[in-house]
Ligand binder design. Structure first.
Ligand code: DQQ
Length: 535
C-alpha cells in the first residue's frame, strides 16, 4: 500500500507510514534524544499497538529504528500502551508503561530496561520477568488505570510516580512509592483528583522554576519551584493543566486557584494536541513538551492516505514570570531548517486589507510577526457572558468586522481565497478599568472545499499586557498543519487542515485586518522551511 504524500508534513515528526498516537518515554540519554510513540505497524487506524522508536541528535532530524516495545509477555499481550522514562543516576533509563493483560482491557504497569546499555541508540529493550508487572492493584478499576509518569526521587529515599485513573466520573492520579524501582506501593490517597473530569489519561507532573526559563530535573524541590499537573481527558480528547504546590511529604498536590481545575482550565494548546508528555533535557537545561496532533481527516481518508497522526513540534516550556501560566516556544533547533527569508516592515493594514507575503513556499514555512496599533479606544466591549473562547471564535469568525481586529494571518490560502485557514486576534475592552481581553482564533471552517472533514474553529484567550500596543504571532505551516504561538507562546493553537487547492506551490500567505482600527505589520519574517530527515 503506497503512502499519499499530498498532506504529509515536511518538518513535523511522523514515521514513514501508518498510524501513530501518543508520544512515549521522550528522553535524552548519552547525547541522543529518544522518542517512542504509540504505533500501528499494520495500518493507518488505531490498533496492534507497539512502541515505535526514533532517535535524533537535534529533536528535528530523526532516524527510525525497530519498535522498542511490542506485546511479548503475558502482562502486555494485548498492548503496550503509554508510559515514560526515568533516568536512574549511575544506572541508565528505565521505562514504565502500561500493559494490557486481557481481551477485556485490564491494565497493569510494567517496566523495561535496555538490553545493552552501551548501544548508543538503545535499540532493544527487555522486560525482566522478575517483578513484572510491577503494579497490579485488584481494588482499582482495571480498565481505567494507565500511563505511568516519569518517576522522581525524594529526600525520604523513595521514588514516586503517578498513574492515571478514574472512580465513577472523578479523574485521578494515583501515587506510587518505591525504594528500589521494582516494588511499588500505592499511597493511601491519590496525589490529586477532580470531580466530573473523567479518566485522566497521560498525567504529567513536574517542577517549574519561579525565575527564568530553565527547566528542572523532576527530582528538584524547594522554595523557588512550583509544580505543574497536566491531564488528558479522554471524553473530548483535550487536556488541561494547573500550576500549584507539591507537598511532597504529604503526598499531595494543591493547585493554585488562579485557573480552573477542570474542563475550563488552562491548556497547553487550544487545538489538536493530546496525550502530551514533557521531559527534562539536561544538555540544554530545558523542559521539552511533546504531543500527538491527531488527524481531523476521516478514517476512510486516513486509510487511503496510508498514514495518520503526527507529533507537534517539540516545545520548550517554562513558567511565565507572573506565575499564573506556562509559556511555550518551538525548540531552537527548528531554526536550522529555515531557508530563504522574506521580510515585510511597517505595512499598514486598513479595514478590509489583505496583503500577500510573496516569494515564500507558503505550504511549508515559518512566519513570525509583530503587529502594532496606535490605540485601543475603538475596541468592542467584552460581554462577560463570553466565557468560552472557542464559542466566541465560532460566533465572531474573521469576516465580522470589529473595533480592534480581527487581524492576523491567512495561512494555506488558495489564490482566489476559496480556501484559507485564518489565525487571528480580536481585542475587546473589558468592563473593569481599562483592561482588555484578547481572543486568539485558528479557524479551520474555511480551510478546505472538502466537506467531509472535521473543521473546527479553535480559540483561546491570551493573558497579555498590551501597554506597548503590540502583539506577536508565529505560525509553523506544514501542508496539513498550522501550529501557532500567540504573544510569544502564551496561547497556542494547532490546527490540522487538508486544503484541496492551497497545496504545495499553490498555497499563499496573507496578512489581513478586518477591524476599524488600523493595524501595522511592524516586522514580519517568513522563512521557507526545509524538510527534516525522518527515515
Ligand atoms: N492512548 C494510549 C493509552 C492512553 C491513550 C493507547 C491516550 O495508554 O491513555 O494508545 O491517547
Amino acid at each position: 500500500h503506497s503512502v499519499d504524500t499530498l498532506h504529509r508534513t515536511g518538518f513535523h515528526f511522523q514515521p514513514p507510514r501508518n498510524w501513530i498516537n501518543d508520544p512515549n518515554a521522550p528522553m535524552y540519554y548519552n547525547g541522543v534524544y529518544h522518542l517512542f510513540y504509540q504505533y500501528n505497524p499494520k495500518g493507518a487506524v488505531w490498533g496492534n499497538i507497539v512502541w515505535g522508536h526514533s532517535v535524533s541528535k537535534d529533536l528535528i532530524n530523526w532516524k527510525v529504528l525497530e519498535p522498542g516495545l511490542y506485546p511479548s509477555k503475558r502482562f502486555d499481550k494485548y498492548g503496550c500502551w503509554s508510559g515514560s522514562a526515568t533516568i536512574l543516576p549511575g544506572k541508565g533509563p528505565v521505562i514504565l508503561y502500561t500493559g494490557v493483560v486481557d481481551k477485556k482491557g485490564n491494565e497493569v504497569q510494567c517496566y523495561a530496561i535496555p538490553e545493552n546499555i552501551s548501544d548508543p541508540f538503545l535499540r532493544k529493550w527487555v522486560k525482566p520477568d522478575a517483578f513484572n508487572p510491577i503494579v497490579f492493584d485488584d481494588d482499582i478499576n482495571g480498565s481505567a488505570f494507565r500511563d505511568p509518569t516519569t518517576a522522581w526521587w525524594s529526600k525520604d529515599g523513595h521514588w514516586r510516580m503517578l498513574v492515571g485513573g478514574k472512580v465513577k466520573n472523578r479523574g485521578m492520579a494515583y501515587l506510587y512509592r518505591s525504594k528500589d524501582f521494582v516494588n511499588w506501593v500505592r499511597a493511601k490517597h491519590p496525589i490529586h483528583s477532580a470531580p466530573h473530569t473523567g479518566m485522566w489519561e497521560c498525567p504529567d507532573f513536574y517542577p517549574v522554576s519561579l525565575r527564568g526559563r530553565n527547566g528542572l530535573d523532576p527530582s528538584v524541590f524547594g522554595n523557588n519551584v512550583k509544580h505543574v499537573m497536566k491531564n488528558s481527558l479522554d471524553m473530548t480528547r483535550y487536556e488541561y493543566y494547573t500550576v500549584g504546590t507539591y507537598l511532597w511529604n504529604k503526598d499531595k498536590y494543591i493547585p493554585d486557584n488562579t485557573s480552573e481545575d477542570g474542563w475550563g482550565g488552562l491548556r497547553y494548546d487550544y487545538g489538536n494536541f493530546y496525550a502530551s508528555k514533557s521531559f527534562y533535557d539536561p544538555s540544554k537545561n530545558r523542559r521539552i513538551l511533546w504531543a500527538w496532533a491527531n488527524e481531523s481527516d476521516t478514517k476512510e481518508d486516513d486509510v487511503k492516505k496510508g498514514w495518520a497522526g503526527i507529533q507537534a513540534i517539540p516545545r520548550t516550556v517554562w513558567l511565565d514570570s507572573h506565575g499564573r501560566q506556562l509559556v511555550q516556544w518551538p525548540v531552537e533547533e527548528l531554526n536550522s531548517l529555515r531557508g530563504k527569508e522574506v521580510n515585510m516592515r511597517n505595512q499598514k493594514l486598513k479595514k478590509g486589507d489583505y496583503v500577500e507575503v510573496k516569494g515564500i513556499t507558503a505550504a511549508q514555512a515559518d512566519v513570525e510577526v509583530t503587529f502594532s496599533f496606535s490605540s485601543l479606544d475603538k475596541a468592542e466591549a467584552f460581554d462577560p457572558k463570553w466565557v468560552n473562547a472557542e464559542d466566541l471564535c465560532v460566533q465572531k469568525g474573521l469576516k465580522l468586522e470589529g473595533g480592534v481586529g480581527p487581524f492576523g494571518f491567512l495561512t494555506l490560502a488558495s489564490e482566489k481565497l476559496e480556501e484559507f485557514t485564518p489565525v487571528f486576534f480580536t481585542i475587546f475592552k473589558a468592563s473593569n478599568n481599562n483592561k482588555h481581553v484578547v481572543l486568539m482564533c485558528s479557524d479551520a471552517r474555511s480551510s478546505s472545499l472538502n466537506s467531509e472533514l472535521y473543521k473546527p474553529s479553535f480559540g483561546g484567550f491570551v493573558d497579555v499586557n498590551l501597554v506597548n500596543k503590540k502583539i506577536s504571532l508565529r505560525s509553523l505551516i506544514d501542508h496539513s498543519v498550522v501550529e501557532s504561538f500567540g504573544a510569544g507562546g502564551k496561547t497556542n493553537i494547532l490546527s490540522r487542515v487538508y486544503p484541496t487547492l492551497a497545496v504545495n506551490n499553490h498555497a499563499h500567505f496573507f496578512v489581513f485586518n478586518n477591524g476599524i482600527e488600523h493595524i501595522t505589520v511592524k516586522n514580519l519574517k517568513a522563512w521557507n522551511m526545509k524538510s527534516a530527515i525522518r527515515d
